[in-house]
Design a protein around this ligand. Structure first.
Ligand SMILES: Cc1ncc(COP(=O)(O)O)c(C=O)c1O
Length: 430
């Protein structure tokens, strides 16, 4: 099952000079036009070379394989990244595509980095089929900063806004909003330990709320919206924190006013926060809004108002490229559903040895919390799994138990190995 073959070792076998002599790369600079946040046509320079040409899908190791020296990392974020993306970044780390410098050393205003950020945006737009009326911003500060930026940009201090809280992250967003407006908690799953999502019919939405905020996937509690509620106010918008299921499945962006996500689960390293916002919502920030939280500033400057997290954006771009090569988000969703089925079935068929507390219809495809009937064995479970190179399975400190985060980059092989371990552990401890 394990393999030491990487797409780049395959590439290097075919052309061993690739890394030795990056200046031989063919920089054809084909130019494509892309419409940016400010509705200006910008020329995209695509800089290609042999070392960085992404191998065809058939040349890549299958999603089932994993190099011997890597662990299966079930962390909730920062999380596992696709091995071929890491290999590609490794091959480009020292000298990016014959430029003579690393992406970390580039001016964020130079043509090389501009081509990187523009390509990342274009690929994300293709992946999520983002309509042209939406701006894409690459920001900093994590999703946590968006908890403040959302009310600051999208309502006035006395405006009513609605929060539907299905887990700890939604609760944090709600609490932060209290500093900047008058959010109404229209439903909270706290008393039921955040194990469900209510039927939308029972929600007491405000008729004049400027927006309705949800957390599309609660990373700690493993609760995921499968469908989305509409705001009651016909002029209100739906806002979603998609940090932990961003790019894990297709999403109809036009249903939302704003989607935001920290990159460090599905699409890159920590340090990059992506905001997708309908352009007509930009430009109404409260007077007290710090410049770094004002969407207008970032949109007008194509995310280059100040020095952006260049290397993180570059990594996100490589992940977007990889997701497109996998066939796009429909294909990615199929794989994610399959992995989640394998794991939830193992839990449900364990005769109660393992339990997932989340209502079946809203179980997350990304974060799978589970407990052991004999809770005194949980520490042993985590310890033994780590010995088998399956790490970060301990549940969040606020809920205990275990949690397996199975983001896009977690292979089916990783999930199957975990399930085999779970069965063996049960056989030894039942
Ligand atoms: C759903 C969700 N929202 C927000 C956050 C906070 O993100 P950050 O640490 O990037 O601020 C997290 C972090 O795990 C998360 O999972």
């Amino acid at each position: 099952m394990a393999t030491a073959t990487s797409p780049h070792s395959l590439l290097l076998q075919k052309n061993p000079n690739i890394l030795k002599n990056p200046t031989t790369h063919s920089n054809g600079f084909p130019v494509t036009s892309v419409r940016t946040n400010t509705n200006v046509d910008v020329k995209l320079i695509s800089i290609k070379c042999a070392a960085t040409t992404t191998p065809h899908i058939q040349d890549r190791p299958s999603a089932q394989t994993q190099s011997q020296d890597r662990v299966f990392n079930f962390a909730a974020g920062p999380a596992t990244l696709p091995e071929n993306v890491l290999r590609k970044a490794e091959s480009e780390l020292y000298n990016w595509r014959g430029s003579g410098m690393s992406v970390m050393e580039m001016s964020h205003r130079g043509k090389e980095f501009l081509s990187i950020i523009q390509k990342a945006e274009a690929d994300l737009r293709a992946l999520l089929d983002i309509p042209s009326e939406y701006a894409v911003l690459f920001l900093q500060g994590g999703a946590t900063t968006q908890f403040a930026a959302i009310p600051l940009n999208l309502c006035k201090p006395d405006d009513p806004v609605d929060y539907l809280v299905t887990g700890s992250w939604g609760d944090k967003a709600f609490k932060e909003a209290q500093k900047f407006c008058k959010p109404k908690l229209i439903w909270s799953g706290k008393s039921e330990k955040y194990t469900k999502i209510p039927s939308f019919g029972e929600l007491e939405k405000s008729p004049d709320a400027r927006y309705l905020h949800i957390c599309a996937n609660e990373t700690i509690h493993g609760v995921e919206f499968k469908d989305y509620p509409n705001p009651k106010n016909p002029n209100g918008i739906l806002i979603a924190d998609m940090s932990s299921n961003f790019c894990s499945k297709p999403v109809d962006v036009s249903k939302f006013g704003v989607i935001y996500a920290g990159a460090q689960k599905n699409v890159g390293p920590s340090g990059v926060t992506i905001v997708i916002i309908r352009k007509d919502l930009i430009g109404n920030a409260q007077g007290i809004t710090p410049v770094m939280l004002d969407y207008k500033i970032h949109a007008e400057n194509n995310s280059l108002y100040n020095t952006p997290p260049c290397y993180g954006i570059y990594m996100c771009g490589l992940v977007f490229e990889d997701l497109l090569e996998q066939g796009g988000l429909k294909e990615v969703e199929k794989k994610n559903k399959n992995k989640a089925d394998v794991l939830y079935n193992a839990i449900d068929q364990s005769n109660g040895f393992y339990r997932c507390p989340v209502e079946k219809s809203v179980r997350s495809l990304m974060n799978v919390p589970f407990t052991l009937e004999k809770s005194e064995l949980e520490a042993e479970f985590v310890k033994e799994a780590a010995k088998e190179k399956m790490i970060q399975l301990k549940g969040h400190r606020s809920v205990g138990g275990m949690r397996a985060s199975i983001y896009n980059a977690m292979s089916l092989a990783g999930v199957e190995k975990l399930v085999a371990f779970m069965k063996d552990f049960q056989a030894r401890h039942a």
